[in-house]
Design a protein around this ligand. Structure first.
Ligand code: APR
Length: 226
């Protein structure tokens, strides 16, 4: 069975990372347009660096949870072929043992030269003084609003071949990820939503299971493997 899994902030919520759009979420207290757009970075790069420095420190203090661990175990099973796509810019999937994670929104653990496009491991603290060897200013390697997500060809190809598409812990508000469920369905895949509560896209899914990721994800993985 070929499974494409899309994860969002909800899978890391119980690790302590918080989410973006829930009550008390990141975008309730921080200005998305200032912190997560190329225009915001051009206007005030120091503020954007400060925000991602805080997020980078936060993820270093968090551990993968039972949901990340269950998905890593699923990936290891020879009976299934799993493509794991995440919108998350943290490395909790990798730290749980997952390999070949497709970070469609990039990762704040990598620095990207805004001038030449070179990449290198992000230092713990980035600032306007953080420069590429070419002299260009460094930015976090995350995909901001108005930018094109990474690896879309690879994701599209996986969706075409999928028997099952599963979305975990994502509100279904941000495109193109929010459109994956319909695309997978059009290609003939079964679709399943695992989320704390029905998302914006809930009615697009054939099946759903609601509850905290640390419960519903291991439960679903167990079903698949037994
Ligand atoms: N278990 C499962 N789901 C949860 C949990 C939990 N413990 N806690 C919250 N959720 C669900 C919420 O109900 C919500 O539907 O996770 C979802 C989180 O939604 P968002 O905060 O919108 O996060 P996400 O969908 O990943 O956001 C997409 O928006 O700002 C951007 O680039 C950022 O990648 C991010 C994108």
């Amino acid at each position: 069975m070929r499974i494409v899994i899309l994860t969002g902030a909800g899978i890391s919520a119980e690790s302590g990372m918080g989410t973006f759009r829930d009550k008390g979420g990141l975008w309730e207290n921080a200005d998305l347009m200032k912190l997560a757009t190329p225009e915001g970075f051009a206007e005030d790069p120091a503020a954007v660096h400060a925000f991602y420095n805080m997020r980078r420190a936060k993820v270093r203090s968090c551990q993968p949870n039972a949901a990340h661990v269950a998905l890593a175990a699923l990936q290891m099973d020879p009976r299934v072929e799993v493509t794991l796509v995440t919108q998350n810019v943290d490395d909790l999937h990798e730290r749980a043992g997952s390999r070949d994670v497709i970070h469609m929104h990039g990762t704040h653990l990598v620095a990207l030269c805004a001038a030449c496009g070179d990449r290198w491991p992000a230092p713990e603290v980035m600032s306007v003084e953080t420069r590429c060897v070419c002299g260009g200013m460094a930015r976090p390697d995350v995909v901001w609003f108005g930018e094109v997500p990474y690896h879309m060809d690879r994701i599209g190809a996986a969706l075409q071949r999928a028997d099952l598409f599963v979305a975990i812990g994502t509100s279904g508000v941000v495109y193109p990820a929010a459109g994956f469920v319909r695309a997978a369905q059009e290609f003939g895949a079964d679709t399943l939503e695992l989320n704390l509560e029905p998302s914006e896209r809930a009615t697009d899914f054939a099946r759903s299971c609601f509850g905290p990721a640390t419960e519903v994800v291991p439960g679903w993985v167990n079903e698949v493997l037994t």
